[in-house]
Design a protein around this ligand. Structure first.
Ligand SMILES: Nc1nc2c(ncn2[C@@H]2O[C@H](COP(=O)(O)OP(=O)(O)OP(=O)(O)O)[C@@H](O)[C@H]2O)c(=O)[nH]1
Length: 373
């Protein structure tokens, strides 16, 4: 069969979703092992002279049960459960099949014990400690019942004294496997916790590295990176962008009159109102102290001027609650310039700074832009 046909068949059998494929691969392996066990059972029956009819009944039970599990997973029906692999159900079912096989193979029944261990190992990567112990207990009960029944029905093949020994072997083996599974489950749980903690720490570090703590705005480093990116984009796509330096007027006075905490509140209020006044694509960043920068990507001068004028007016209308000191009114001065192709960012920023100085010198609360060239 050609490779592509095999791949198509695999896709038909396992589907597209990676998580579902993993579950179905596991179930397919269990199915293959059960099918192999069925062949072995029929062979064993041939050697021991057991009932063929019962062996076929067992085959129908095992294959039918696993087919039902496969259908439940493949159809997506099992996704409603916490464990969509139905691990406990699969293991419980396989254990019951093993116990029924134990009742049929007579003198060859010792071969069932390693299979029981193998079945429980399927749960090692999935089961929680409680389920592992529960399944071990279930296996003990089912095997105990089968052993007792067979010792009564066929004492010549299943001598009661032998069955007691067999039961004791299981009673040692199963809790040990369950304990190992429980230990693995705890390790898995710890690893998952550590992964979550690491992801949280990484997100925190990213926020610290890129955000200004007081205002939550992008910090100087982040703004530098964003401007570098915008410069590259403007070179590639030949579009304009503008940069504005925004400085709160007489901020020192606010600190002096209302205290540093009120000054901080003003900075936060400015950041919030400033962001609301800008377009979603514009970036407002804290450049340092009471100085902010606005990056207006893909924007020509006329709309940039309108945007900065809107920002200035909305800030002038803002009143920041200063507690007993009443409400604080603030204004901003803005130096706005367009980036000229061929210039460096430093040159553009210096121009914006000079324009800001002009705005301050002209009386503050105004936007200064490059004279039209
Ligand atoms: N509350 C507070 N104040 C800050 C912060 N960063 C800088 N400042 C203060 O901002 C003030 C800036 O004062 P100046 O540079 O003299 O400018 P100004 O008073 O705004 O005057 P003009 O810019 O000329 O209008 C200083 O008093 C700084 O201490 C901050 O994070 N919180």
């Amino acid at each position: 069969m050609a490779m592509s046909q095999l791949r198509r068949l695999g896709k038909l059998w396992l589907g597209d979703d990676p998580a579902q494929r993993l579950r179905l691969r596991q179930t397919s392996l269990a199915m293959a092992l059960l099918a192999f066990s069925a062949v072995l059972l029929h062979h064993a029956i041939g050697l021991t002279g057991g009932s063929r009819a019962l062996a076929w009944l067992w085959t129908a039970y095992a294959v039918g049960g696993m087919a039902a599990v496969y259908a439940a997973i493949r159809s997506g029906w099992s996704l409603r459960f916490r464990d969509p692999s139905l691990t406990s159900l699969q293991i419980g079912f396989a254990l019951s099949a093993a116990a029924l096989a134990y009742a049929q193979v007579g003198p060859l029944r010792g071969g069932v014990f390693p299979v029981v261990t193998l079945i429980l190992m399927f749960g090692m990567f999935q089961l929680r400690a409680r389920s592992a112990y529960g399944l071990a207990l279930f296996a003990l009960v089912v095997f105990g019942a089968v052993m007792a029944t067979m010792a009564r029905l066929q004492p010549a093949v299943y001598p009661p004294a032998f069955e007691v020994i067999h039961f004791l072997v299981l009673a040692c083996m199963l809790p040990a496997v369950a304990m190992l599974t429980a230990r693995l489950s705890r390790i898995r749980h710890r690893l998952a916790q550590q992964r979550e903690e690491l992801a949280r720490a990484l997100a925190q570090l990213q926020a610290i590295a890129t955000r200004d703590e007081l205002t939550g705005l992008p910090n100087r480093r982040q703004m530098q990176a964003l401007m570098d990116q915008e410069l590259l984009r403007s070179l590639r796509h030949h579009h304009d962008f503008c940069i504005a330096v925004v400085d709160l007027d007489h901020f020192k006075r606010i600190n002096d009159q209302h205290g540093h905490a009120a000054g901080d509140a003003v900075l936060r209020a400015f950041a919030q109102a400033g962001q609301a006044a800008l377009r979603a694509t514009d970036v407002l960043a804290r450049w340092g102290g009471e100085e902010f920068l606005v990056l207006l990507p893909d924007t020509a001068m006329p709309p940039a001027v309108a945007g900065m004028e809107r920002l200035r007016q909305q800030i002038a209308a803002l009143r920041v609650d200063a507690g007993e000191g009443g409400a604080i009114a603030i204004t901003v001065s803005i130096g706005l310039t367009g980036h000229n192709r061929g210039d460096t960012l430093t040159q553009t920023l210096e121009r914006a700074d000079r324009l800001l100085y002009d705005a301050k010198a002209a009386g503050r609360n105004r936007v200064r832009t490059d004279p039209p060239s």
